[in-house]
Design a protein around this ligand. Structure first.
Ligand code: SF4
Length: 251
């Protein structure tokens, strides 16, 4: 990250301030930057929202089942908003050459599996897909049991920079249910706001339609539509938009 300013953020969620210990420092890129440059800040906001949700379910007497070494959810279709796609490409580009080649090999292998399963073409057109079709496609995808290219020994190999979408996924149901393709048996923790969706609006501010999304497993695949690049905007303005989106989501 280049030059940054510091913002102090504390969110009111479920009538309480989070983090309860006081405002957290969030680094905000200075000047005009791309929405993808805001993904780290969005991840920190998501962590605050998730901690509030964990407090809430704990108060209800439930426990989070997610543990290191359980990668069942990493075989799901993970939808990424465009800023997350560009950010993830940056994460891979910064890897050492050998490591990057291995990760790219895994992405190619997954695409071959999807092609063989007859799902690749549909997934390549997923940008404008509605939530219902995405859900149906997600169930079909999960049945294929394809692991995320970043999953190693059932743990996320890019944990500290994993997508916001992944940070937001927590369950209270028994872990073995996550390996079952019937989503009805999985109790996902409900979040007051989905920062992973709000960040999509940073890139789609000019569009009447909802945010576009790309499956994580196709995030490294560049296409002609990538020419619709992100528009640079002031970092602190985008942070305000993210914070307002979180504050407005619970109302
Ligand atoms: S990026 Fe990490 S947390 Fe997200 S699906 Fe892949 S392995 Fe799992």
């Amino acid at each position: 990250m280049g030059d940054t300013d510091t913002a102090f953020v504390q969110l009111r969620i479920h009538g309480r301030l989070y983090p309860p210990s006081g405002p957290v420092k969030i680094r905000v890129p200075k000047g005009r930057v791309y929405p993808s440059d805001m993904v780290p800040a969005a991840g920190e906001l998501a962590d605050i929202v998730v901690s509030a949700a964990v407090d809430q379910v704990t108060a209800e007497g439930k426990k989070i089942s997610c543990r290191a070494g359980c990668g069942a959810c990493c075989r799901q279709l993970v939808p990424l908003a465009e800023p997350e796609v560009y950010h993830l490409r940056g994460v891979v580009e910064q890897m050492a050459a050998e490591r990057r080649a291995e990760i790219m090999r895994r992405f190619s292998e997954v695409q071959e599996q999807l092609q063989a399963a007859g799902m690749l073409d549909r997934l390549l057109q997923s940008r404008e897909m509605g939530s219902r079709e995405r859900h149906e496609l997600g169930l079909r995808y999960f049945q294929l049991g394809i692991a995320c290219p970043f999953l190693e020994n059932e743990s996320c190999s890019i944990y500290s920079v994993r997508p916001v979408e992944c940070r937001e996924y927590l369950v209270t149901s028994p872990p073995e249910h996550c390996g079952n393709s019937s989503a009805e048996t999985v109790d996902c923790v409900r979040l007051e706001a989905r920062v992973s969706q709000i960040i999509g609006r940073l890139a789609d501010a000019d569009r009447a339609a909802g945010p576009r999304w790309v499956p994580l497993i196709l995030a490294m695949r560049r296409s002609a539509s990538d020419e619709v690049r992100q528009r640079p905007r002031l970092g602190h303005v985008m942070l305000e938009q993210l914070v307002r989106g979180v504050a407005g989501a619970g109302k």
